[in-house]
Design a protein around this ligand. Structure first.
Ligand code: MG
Length: 413
């Protein structure tokens, strides 16, 4: 055979590695009526599945990531991965009736340009670490099948039918199975196909497929943080953990202040903190004249040392005529994120004789929290009259002052 007919030699002995993420499930344990399937739920501002995909794309040894999705989830998936844009992320494939069938669908989709190794992973385990992926790939240099797990550290009891302790199970040698589960591609594909051909269904774990085909499966430590997000409590704990991590990564705490005034004129209502309040006056201005959000936007920009609202959105620019001021606020928050920081808190005081702000306070807090992408307990809104004194007291204008706490990574200038 001439040299050109042989497959091109790879420059190194590194095996090609594909990852199959199983995301076709419809688990109801963490679901609520208005929530998407848990793999698409937001976790710290990012869909779970996007976080999991990124964990593998961030590993230099991974050549390809393929996600197996439920056929009904095409739009959810497209939305979730919109920002990822990595050529190693393949178009998703539709799963089957159960996990076993979905894995086989993924393996079949890899058959053209088959990889040497395949790692099969639950989409709802977003905290898989690089060193665990390393251990699986490294072990597959010697083994056909490798299972990521966690040694059992708790004392294990087996209950009897009445709920009493039947026996204490010695925990020596006990592991909790997790993912990724890694395999030589050819062997696991053959094993899966053979099982399907025999009409066996409902096998919940690919290591079991390998075991049933007679392969030895090596256990490696997948890391204690490689948890599966299943319940609402799992999501809450993960959210708290990520928030704590983000705060620790941003020790440079800055407080900015902002102040703004707009003139009142006859009209039908005012927009304050993103909420329209019917009134016999309106605020004069180029945008929606939301004096409270202007003060808050300036507070955030002040914390960043990045000018003021007029610098980024000049009143001379016709694009901002009648604009909702949430647009300015969101832009300031985007600048915080661009610097790798977080908005930790914001607080607004509105100074007005009328209208009454109190009844709208919660709606205002919610509007600010939503625009800033932070939780409502990090937003304060207060109001005071000016005791009849000055321009505010004479109802000639409304003023607002604001403070914002921004946290940035060190060395952020
Ligand atoms: Mg203004």
């Amino acid at each position: 055979m001439p040299p050109s007919m042989t497959s091109p030699a790879r420059p190194s002995a590194r095996p090609t590695v594909a990852v199959i993420l199983v995301a076709a499930g419809r688990g109801a344990r963490a679901a609520s009526a208005d929530a998407p399937p848990k793999q698409y739920r937001q976790l710290h501002g990012q869909p779970v599945i996007a976080r999991t995909i990124s964990a593998f794309l961030d590993h230099p040894g991974v050549d390809r990531v393929l996600v197996v999705i439920h056929p009904d989830d095409r739009d959810l998936y497209a939305g979730a991965v919109a920002g990822l844009g990595d050529p190693r992320l393949s178009l998703p494939v539709a799963g089957g009736v159960d996990r076993q069938a979905s894995c086989l669908a993924g393996l079949a989709a890899l058959a053209v340009d088959a990889p040497d190794l395949v790692l099969i992973h639950d989409a709802v385990r977003p905290f898989i670490r690089r060193d665990a992926i390393d251990r699986v790939i490294e072990a597959l240099g010697r083994e056909v099948a490798v299972l990521c797990g966690m040694p059992v550290i708790d004392t294990v009891k087996r209950a009897d039918a009445a709920g009493y302790v039947g026996e204490t199970v010695p925990r020596e040698g006990l592991w909790r199975a997790a993912t990724p589960q890694g395999f030589r591609y050819a062997e696991i594909t053959t094993a899966h196909r053979a099982l399907a051909a025999r009409g066996v269904t409902g096998v919940t774990d690919d290591a079991a497929v390998a075991e049933m085909a007679g392969h030895r499966v090596l256990l490696v430590d997948g890391g204690a943080d490689n948890v599966k997000l299943t319940t609402v409590e799992d999501f809450e704990m993960a959210e708290q953990h990520l928030t704590a991590e983000a705060f620790l990564a941003c020790p440079d705490v800055r407080v900015g202040t902002g102040y703004d005034v707009h003139v009142l004129e006859p009209g039908d209502g005012v927009t304050l903190s993103g909420v329209f309040i019917p009134h016999d006056q309106r605020l004069k201005g180029h945008s929606d004249a939301d004096v409270a959000l202007h003060a808050l936007t300036d507070a955030i920009l002040g914390a960043l040392g990045d000018g003021d609202i007029g610098k980024h959105f000049p009143p001379s620019d016709d694009r901002w005529r009648g604009a909702a001021s949430t647009l300015f606020l969101k832009d300031a928050v985007r600048r915080v994120a661009e610097r790798g920081g977080i908005l930790a808190h914001c607080d607004v005081t509105i100074i007005a004789e009328a209208p009454k702000v109190g009844p709208h306070r919660e709606a205002m807090r919610a509007a600010i929290a939503k625009a800033c992408g932070i939780s409502i307990d990090r937003v304060g809104v207060k109001a005071t009259t000016n005791e009849g004194l000055g321009f505010a007291g004479r109802r000639e204008g409304i003023a607002a002052i604001a403070a914002a706490t921004v946290r940035l990574p060190l060395g952020n200038g």
